[in-house]
Ligand binder design. Structure first.
Ligand code: SAM
Ligand code: SF4
Length: 463
């Protein structure tokens, strides 16, 4: 655990010279080259309090995000397959001691129904989420879940990338997970602050901090090339958490030549019988949250930043501007809730935490393109073997955009043709036309060619 150096991080946070506005401005200017920041530089930016300097920070974060990723926002939906859990995390409704939560593990038939519902909304990417339970969420069940998800096909619509957020696995189980056709493996450290970690994880296998911290090392050793890290903001000081999470990212990059594919930034939301969730000990206000996301964007410019529907629509809109690149939409956090919600059952008895953004995928898509962001349903990299160091190389050199633009636009066109409502279609058609108009040369030709194929009825056009 030597790479999470609590003493060093605390000393950076106490360092007076890192509060110097001139130094902060210099670092912001330097970060324009999209080559990343050191831990010390990141600490200086997290200390910004001056409104003018923070505006500069937000502006440059957006600029860097657009240099690497353009204006794209990748969309996905989580699929909760079981809320059974042997752990007792003080912030989560799935915790073992929550006797009021209705427990449910989806059958393969129910998984099929849930996915059919999501495919009919237009989703192409799923994040499988589950509690930790040796029997209810074992490897065999996860394997069958992923197979079932990939099998669903509705008029050419299907799920093309399945990511997973599960408890940490052994190297052998990670090899199995890879063989199921997994995209990104995600696992959040929750808090990198050791003593806080022990307070929050009273018992159960999750109490083992080191086993969780080294999950990504094992996943990479097992051949899973895209890994996603994260912290649950609100458990300890946000500056400490951000710097520790960046230390984790730098360490993976140094050791394996592959930094994290994504970083997730959940903030604690109220959850049933989860004592810490209603009054988080270090609740993060909206300004600090925006700032920490901007700092992550500048510190690791090549890493995707994921924001979930935990956040309200207004907050999400603000955060898109400072570097978020992936968002969930139309989400539910209890097993079986997609289909059940249509039949209006009380899903809240089974959910993990309360959502902040309740809009449908169609509403989010319309809003996203009205704000000037391109909703992308692309899953091309993973299926064209552009994962791990190949992806990182393209992202770090700023060349990923050349591939992403045609793929994002053609998958968006496919969504519009197949699933968009009247109002969304109108907004999207104008938006797509404007986006194509702004392209040049080979990228423009390739995009037009791909969109023509989609408009001629072809599905899953990518390169
Ligand atoms: N059970 C596995 C685990 O804990 O790693 C994987 C899935 S868990 C359902 C996914 C994530 O939900 C956790 O890692 C945690 O960060 C987040 N979470 C738990 N309780 C939350 C809450 N009250 N508000 C927001 N996010 C929460
Ligand atoms: Fe279980 Fe994960 Fe919730 Fe903890 S966060 S109680 S491990 S589902």
């Amino acid at each position: 655990m030597e790479f999470i150096d609590e003493g060093y991080i605390s000393s950076l946070l106490e360092e007076k010279k890192l509060n110097d506005p001139l130094r902060q401005k210099e670092i912001i200017q330097k970060s324009r080259d999209a080559k990343g920041l050191t831990l010390e530089e990141s600490a200086a930016l997290l200390n910004i309090t001056d409104p003018e300097i923070s505006e500069e920070l937000f502006h440059v974060a957006r600029e860097v995000k657009e240099t690497i990723y353009g204006n794209r926002l990748v969309l996905f939906a989580p699929l909760y397959i079981t809320n059974q859990c042997v752990n007792n995390c003080l912030y989560c409704a799935f915790r073992r001691d929550n006797k009021e939560l209705k427990r449910k593990t989806l059958s393969l038939e129910e998984i099929h129904q849930e996915i059919e519902f999501l495919v009919k909304q237009g989703h192409k990417r799923i994040l499988v989420v589950c509690g930790e339970h040796p029997k209810k969420s074992g490897m065999e069940y996860i394997g069958e879940t992923i197979k079932t998800i990939y099998e669903v096909n509705f008029n050419g619509g299907n799920i093309r990338r399945v990511n997973a957020n599960t408890a940490p696995l052994s190297i052998d189980d990670f090899k199995l997970l890879k063989s199921f056709g997994i995209g990104t493996y995600q696992c959040f450290q929750e808090t990198y602050h050791y003593s806080t970690y022990l307070q929050m994880h009273v018992d159960g296998p999750k109490r083992d901090y080191a086993w969780r911290l080294y999950a990504m090392d094992r996943a990479l050793q097992a051949g899973i090339e895209d890994v996603g890290i994260g912290a649950l903001f609100g458990l300890t000081d946000y500056k400490f958490e951000t710097l520790a999470m960046l230390s984790h990212a730098f360490n993976l990059d140094n050791k394996f030549g592959i930094g994290p594919h994504t970083i997730s930034v959940p903030r604690i939301e109220p959850a049933l019988n989860a004592p810490v969730s209603h009054k988080p000990p270090f609740a993060v206000d909206d300004f600090s949250f925006k700032k920490l996301i901007a700092v992550i964007r500048l510190a690791v410019p090549y890493t995707g930043i994921i924001l979930s529907t935990r956040e309200r629509a207004e907050v999400r809109r603000e955060l898109f501007k400072v570097g978020v690149s992936q968002i969930s939409a139309g989400s539910r956090t209890s097993p079986g809730a997609y289909k059940e919600s249509v039949e209006s059952m009380d899903e809240h008895d089974m959910e993990q935490f309360q959502l902040g953004d309740h809009r449908t995928l169609d509403e989010v898509v319309k809003d996203t393109c009205e704000l000037g962001f391109l909703p992308s349903f692309c899953t091309a990299c993973y299926r064209s073997d552009r994962t791990g160091d190949r992806f990182m190389e393209l992202a770090k050199s700023g060349n990923i955009g050349k591939l992403c633009v045609p793929n994002a636009l053609s998958t968006f066109q496919e969504y519009v043709n197949d699933f968009a409502s009247g109002g969304t279609k109108l907004a999207a058609e104008k938006f797509i036309e404007r986006e194509i108009g702004s392209l040049e040369g080979a990228t423009k030709r390739k995009t037009e060619e791909m969109i023509k194929k989609v408009n001629d009825g072809e599905h899953d056009v990518f390169f």
